[in-house]
Design a protein around this ligand. Structure first.
Ligand code: VGL
Ligand code: ZN
Length: 240
């Protein structure tokens, strides 16, 4: 008798716990992007995969994931990191500086990178397996010689807009899904600026890979969460 009751209480306890979970969290593929959603594929370029000038570990793994979920989107925007030679974000532009060190520029701290994604080079081309033929806009960023731009919306000086926010708003877009490279730099900054511009914003975690420099990945997720960016997996997106 006593044990039965305990069993019953245990069973009720787990039912209670189940009841506390939002119903959609139990089902897969609960997010259906509509006509007012856009998929942004950030910087899926030769530069950021093996053989590139700033390879992100397992960077190429984002390609099939992005290709697959693209079927769910009517609207797709692609970005390209697009630097001038001798760009201010390159360590080689400063005597005595090495890649992954930092320096202070007029707009604040700048991480210094290896020379990468120079305009017109093979390194700056989109990854050859990225298959997004219906993409409507390619936005290039980081082309001002003295200003970096991790974000697809706003350059690092925090005042020069790329025009992407206006483009999306004029097209009636309300929701942004961010994917690509790198999670903790261009993806995170793009997602946070999308929120700041008023878009509902998702980052599709398994459609991104990170550089993770001195804890930058954990910091990026924390900063994104604080700004209301939602973290999801590609399996959360309903295809077709
Ligand atoms: C990126 C570092 C420098 C990125 C671009 O795409 O995340 N990271 N330039
Ligand atoms: Zn760059």
């Amino acid at each position: 008798m006593k044990t039965d009751r305990r069993k019953l209480l245990t069973a009720m306890g787990s039912l209670g716990a189940l009841g506390a979970v939002a119903p959609w969290a139990l089902a897969n593929s609960h997010i259906k992007p509509g006509a007012k959603s856009v998929l942004i594929a950030v910087d899926v370029q030769n530069c950021f995969v093996d053989g590139g000038t700033l390879p992100v570990a397992k960077g190429q793994e984002v390609v099939p994931v992005i290709n697959r979920i693209s079927a769910a989107f009517e609207n797709i925007v692609v970005t390209q990191d697009w630097h001038t030679q001798g760009h201010a974000s390159f360590a080689s532009a400063y005597a005595g500086k090495k890649p992954f060190e930092t320096t202070k520029l007029s707009y604040g701290m700048q991480v210094l990178w290896p020379d990468h994604c120079v305009q017109g080079t093979k390194d700056a081309e989109l990854h050859p397996d990225l298959a997004l033929p219906s993409a409507q806009l390619i936005i290039r960023k980081g082309y001002h010689p003295k200003v970096d731009s991790y974000s697809a919306f706003m350059e690092a000086d925090a005042k020069t807009a790329t025009g992407l926010s206006g483009y999306l708003k004029q097209r009636g877009i309300k929701t942004v899904f961010v994917t690509g490279l790198a999670t903790d730099f261009c993806v995170a900054w793009t997602a946070m600026d999308a929120r700041a511009a008023g878009f509902e914003t998702y980052v599709v975690e398994d459609a991104c890979r990170a550089i993770d420099l001195n804890g930058s990945l954990a910091a990026a997720w924390k900063n994104m969460a604080a700004k209301g960016v939602k973290r999801i997996q590609s399996s959360d997106i309903q295809l077709g």
